[in-house]
Write a new protein. Sequence first.
Length: 535
Amino acid sequence: MTAESGVDFVHEAGLSPEKHLPETMGAGGVLLDVDADGDLDLYLLQGGPMRTGGAEPGMFVEPAGNLPTNRLFLNDGRGHFEDVTARSGAAAHTGYAMGATVGDVNGDGHLDLYVTNLGADVLLLGDGSGAFVDGTAEAGLRDERWTTAAMLFDADGDGDLDLYVAGYVQVDLARPLWCGERKDGWRSACHPDAYAPLQDRLWINDGRGKFRDATLAHGIEQSFGKGLGIVPCDVDADGDLDLYIANDSTENFLWINRGDGSFEDGTLLSGAGVDGRGMTEAGMGLASGDMDEDGDFDLFVTNFDDESNTLYRNDGHGLFEDVTLLIGLEAPSRMPVGFGTVLEDFDLDGDLDLAVTNGHIIDNIQLYHDGKTHAQRSQLFENDGHGKYRELVTEAGALGATPLVGRGLYSGDLDGDGDADLVLTQCGGRTRVFRNVRGNVARALVIAGLPEHARVELIGRDGRKQLRVAGPQPSYFGACGREILTTLPGDLLVELVVRPAGGIAQRVVLDRPLAAGRVELKRSGERWSARVTPR
């Protein structure tokens, strides 16, 4: 539905003869309700001409002249978007953008954006109408390195949003490396192994939108991992948010929250740092959810070709097993290079399905490998209800019909019908919008009004439970919608158990059993209430 949606965004990667690594990476996007009208708007990140190197490695100089900006599109509630960039203020940023994260950082009730760049990051403070101001300096945030993924989340359980930012690698654009054969047209982007890693950073919010660098004080000092993905998830069910980091060709990180916003490295004991063979992989996209419906959160990571994507099954206590082969996801992901990924109940049958967008980073890969291509098909996988998956090719429709250089993939209800649609960003190509036409919307339950990353149990009239987590899920370099889109097959929803990050679980009983419709949750102090709108 790209053409009819009005989203006419084309990403500029800044392709150069030097084949700089940054031009292979972007770009991200965010689904968020910037104007508080109840639907999902869209913020898309732009690259532009490649930056030049400074006197020192890791310095980036912005080209002269007019540069393309990030763009903001407002939704009319039915999946039709209007470009409002011209009146969005500082949201029309001209940095060479990578990723973004969203949340209310200063407690004013409006959504803000933190954007990572090849160069100085920026904090954009929203006013609730779709306009933003640059609040970076005032917030005490300063990061001028090459940063990639970022995540706003409540690390210490005090009710405000802290910030984790992944550093990637140190590149010297003034003196680029040569990789590939020295023949005309054969030069290629270098592998990240050729570069030194940068440290991740943890910033703690004082509750008023002022941040302090807590990287060293809170246990994250050994975070040199070439990170590309961050997902907060309570993997050990102790009520606080742990962090899983997808690293590029180095061991992934699992930071276990001590309960006060400081972390210990739980990677080795968790089994989630490497695949089942003990090998590191090139992690890119991330998703978390209860994929096998056993009451805990599993982790899914997209990786490079010849590695397969990886599903880590949780035992309920934060110990993981690589079950990718057992559940049918190993073979279909050996050839593609996986980037953005989302777990959603696309067909609304009560379990989490899976979508992945793919695309190689080497634009001339066909010179080196027969059968490999730069543009690749996106993939859709159906859950059988027990955590095993099969790829849907014909049924995926337009999503998998055309090879694309996929990067970000973001899910949310764009047209207000109760099921999950998709936005797909490309590196150096047009953003695509896909409408879900398979969802059983007559049974759709929409749970709204939840705080970021809250753990939610849906309880049916027969006592069966379904575990879900509120968004925004990160995918790759961005953020999906926050609402939970699900169903209870053959049953009526009668109550919810909501546990915010670091908070106490609260039971919310609906005033009427609900087969389909919208549940809008509202919090007053420590108490939750629900307004039910049947379909």
